[in-house]
Design a protein around this ligand. Structure first.
Ligand SMILES: *[C@@H]1O[C@H](CO)[C@@H](O)[C@H](O)[C@H]1NC(C)=O
Ligand SMILES: *[C@@H]1O[C@H](CO)[C@@H](O)[C@H](O)[C@H]1NC(C)=O
Length: 478
């Protein structure tokens, strides 16, 4: 009798999804009636921290579709950006504060879990200033604890295929979390990781790759490139700079010249409109639970992607460049009381696209995430890196170069892939262990700005199908 009672109790517990975290609709966004949507918190045990999550179940078959986690980067930027602008069920386009149903939502055939990490970012919070310090390792410990907390709330997902995805600085978060899953005995069904324009190895990524990328997008002259070569400058990776003694003074000047030439270019997509301070008031105010709060509506590029502005050569005026990215619409929206209430937000802190040292103390590790890849290969975790090829902040060139430096056997030749109407969406290269897809003519937020091509790449990878549609495809799992 007792056994039956306990069994019944277990069944009830196992079936319970958190009814109090369900979200039926969001004001001025839309209803969630064709799938279930949740918003709430994942508590980190023994730490005064809670991470906010949004979980959009699959529009297809939530019971069998994979679980896909998404992280935006920064560090300090919120994954609500992915939910609201990039690949959520409704999206807000640049320059337009309204929402539209998104035909390329990633939850079409996947259960999408958006986690705002680390605590202090977005609606995630800590309640003891002592616990505001993070690095790449400790943030991955929290993300792993959050994943465990998620499975406790939604145990029916325990046996689903799991993919971990993200963009930009999530090039650190994503492999680190996969590594935590492996270190903790691979209890979950981790199949693969997916990274878009992600930081991996600073020898190749970010600023170093921008110098080369900018030249090929015609942002400085052939004469300037010749000078760069003659002076053996090392602030960029570009073919033709031969080893030799660097002329430091000349190279610093060339670097300043380069930075000033590109200062009004949208570093996140060199062909895209740059929203400036004229378009965006830097500060906004809102009432949160009866108190007047001020929040940042516009970021500087340095606040948005600090890793791209690290080096000492950059003078202060350049650090104040606008990020060019449209952030005011989502930020105003997510600071509305009715929206916060609908999302079950527990904290009074204003929501900001990205927070810096005033909110969290994050020490970025120099070793980045390159060192993790051999462990992923050994454990047959499939890897996709996709890369919008007009990004200057984590350019395609850097991603391609570090992938090539791994000297992995080629599984198939480099070639184009196609999207609807038989148009080329980009180029894909298959190595044993890594699939690398460059998405043509688009920047850092590839999923937002080239949604058809990006969703195609991501979904073909998840389904282990050929991105280029070639029938001779054989799974390239190492
Ligand atoms: C940030 O955290 C690091 C590591 O815990 C610590 O050494 C440093 O003093 C902290 N910085 C601030 C400004 O609190
Ligand atoms: C970056 O890649 C190179 C291979 O070209 C490797 O030797 C180096 O250790 C990597 N850097 C880090 C920090 O992992």
């Amino acid at each position: 009798m007792k056994a039956i009672y306990i069994l019944a109790l277990c069944v009830t517990l196992v079936m319970a999804k958190p009814a109090d975290e369900i979200v039926k609709e969001l004001p001025d966004m839309g209803k969630f009636d064709r799938f279930d949507m949740y918003s709430g918190y994942l508590e980190i045990p023994n730490k005064q921290r809670k991470l906010h999550y949004v979980f959009a179940e699959s529009q297809n078959d939530p019971a069998t579709d994979p679980l896909v986690i998404w992280f935006n980067g920064g560090p300090g930027c919120s994954s609500m950006l992915g939910f609201i602008q990039e690949h959520g069920p409704y999206s807000m386009p640049d320059g337009d504060p309204n929402f539209y149903e998104n035909p390329n939502s990633w939850n079409k055939e996947a259960n999408m879990l958006y986690i705002e990490s680390p605590a202090g970012v977005g609606y995630s919070y800590f309640w003891d200033r002592e616990t505001d310090s993070f690095d790449d390792l400790t943030s991955s410990e929290d993300n792993y604890a959050a994943l465990e907390a998620f499975y406790e709330k939604f145990p029916e997902y325990l046996d689903h295929d799991l993919f971990i995805s993200g963009e930009s600085y999530a090039g650190i978060y994503v492999p680190y979390l996969a590594w935590q899953v492996i270190q903790n005995g691979l209890k979950y069904n981790l199949k693969g990781i997916i990274v878009g324009n992600g930081v991996t190895n600073y020898t190749y990524d970010t600023g170093k790759a921008y110098g080369g990328t900018a030249f090929w997008h015609n942002l400085y002259s052939l004469e300037m490139l010749d000078e760069i070569k003659e002076n053996h400058c090392t602030w960029l990776n570009i073919d033709g700079v031969k080893p030799g003694k660097e002329n430091e003074e000349a190279c610093t000047n060339l670097y300043y010249k380069f930075r000033s030439l590109v200062s009004e270019i949208n570093i996140y997509d060199v062909y895209r409109k740059c929203y400036t301070d004229d378009d965006i008031d830097r500060l906004g105010t809102t009432m949160i639970n009866g108190e007047l709060k001020t929040y940042k509506r516009g970021m500087t590029a340095r606040e948005y992607t600090p890793f791209a502005f690290d080096d000492d050569h950059i003078d202060e005026s350049l650090r104040l460049n606008p990020p060019c990215v449209y952030g005011s619409g989502p930020t105003d929206y997510l600071n509305r009381q009715d929206v916060r209430d609908a999302l079950n937000v527990e904290t009074d802190q204003p929501w900001e696209l990205c927070v810096g040292a005033e909110r969290i103390n994050y020490s970025r590790g120099e070793k980045a995430s390159y060192w993790i890849y051999p462990t992923l290969f050994e454990n047959n975790i499939r890897v996709l890196h996709f890369s919008g090829n007009a990004d200057g902040s984590v350019p395609t060139q850097g991603t391609r170069d570090w992938i090539h430096s791994l000297n992995l056997p080629k599984a198939r030749d480099f070639g184009p892939f196609y999207i609807e109407d038989k148009q080329v969406g980009g180029f894909v290269e298959y190595f044993e262990g890594i699939t690398f897809a460059a998405i043509t003519g688009i920047g850092h937020m590839a999923a937002q700005w080239s949604p058809v091509a990006t969703k195609h790449v991501v979904y073909q990878f998840i389904k282990d199908l050929p991105i280029d549609g070639n029938d001779n495809y054989a799974s390239v799992t190492a």
